[in-house]
Design a protein around this ligand. Structure first.
Ligand SMILES: Cc1cc2nc3c(=O)[nH]c(=O)nc-3n(C[C@H](O)[C@H](O)[C@H](O)COP(=O)(O)O)c2cc1C
Length: 224
């Protein structure tokens, strides 16, 4: 964890600058989150997602439109990844599914300066599996799955581990993407791939919160 801490400290300055520039959606955006206090790792964590309890289940998708072969799945604590995910869904003519934590992340939970904040505790423990609210999407009809998340401490938030362990990705093309305060996608996609049941995972990309439609299209077309 010391290494992560050092890494994170180095990143902190760029993150702050980036936040000031407005790419990383500011903490104000997370005010919609509930105020539940950061809790011990054992509480917020080990439990499997209730959605994930129906492990690998192909339950109903929230997106629901028939006929599309692509879906964008994302988690976003403060709105930046959500914005990018929505743009991808539009550009790629895809369905969309938001991973909603059963316990929303409050501002205090997201405080990376606090060694005892929920996110710090979660990211310190690779075995943490925050629960997902509601039903998991039925991925059976999709060929391509974009998976988006914010970078937390150089990695994907643990709720993404909950997700990839709970759905069937084998046989699909999986495209990780992230937003961040400056860090690249690093090995976060690879780490998720290792937890999944398979699929053809592409390298993935960090996308700017304010990415233009043209740039997004260029990236999507380049994946072909
Ligand atoms: C707990 C926490 C850890 C973070 N760690 C990093 C990091 O290691 N590198 C980085 O560039 N940004 C980091 N960020 C900034 C987020 O990745 C960035 O603001 C992201 O765009 C937020 O996406 P969202 O609005 O979809 O939640 C961190 C943010 C939080 C809350």
């Amino acid at each position: 964890m010391k290494l992560k801490k050092m890494l994170f400290t180095m990143l902190a300055a760029s993150m702050l600058m980036f936040t000031a520039c407005g790419d990383s959606s500011s903490k104000a955006d997370s005010s919609k989150a509930d105020s539940s206090k950061a809790e011990s790792s054992s509480e917020s964590s080990k439990a499997e997602s209730s959605a994930a309890d129906s492990s690998k289940a192909d339950s109903k998708t929230d997106s629901g439109s028939a006929g599309k072969d692509t879906i964008v799945v994302y988690f976003s604590a403060t709105g930046t990844t959500k914005g990018v995910a929505e743009k991808i869904a539009e550009a790629a003519d895809a369905d969309i599914y938001e991973i909603v934590p059963q316990e929303k992340y409050s501002d205090a939970d997201l405080d990376w300066h606090d060694e005892k904040s929920r996110t710090t505790i979660e990211m310190n423990d690779p075995d943490v599996r925050p629960k997902i609210e509601g039903d998991l999407p039925d991925l059976s009809g999709y060929k391509r799955v974009y998976i988006g998340y914010p970078i937390w401490w150089g990695d994907a938030p643990r709720i993404m581990s909950t997700f990839v362990e709970s759905v069937k990705l084998d046989g699909k093309t999986v495209i990780p993407f992230c937003t961040s305060g400056g860090s690249g996608i690093g090995s976060s996609g690879k780490n998720l791939e290792k937890l999944s049941d398979g699929g053809e995972w592409l390298g993935g990309e960090r996308l700017d919160g304010g990415i233009s439609e043209d740039k997004l299209k260029e990236w999507i077309d380049g994946l072909e």
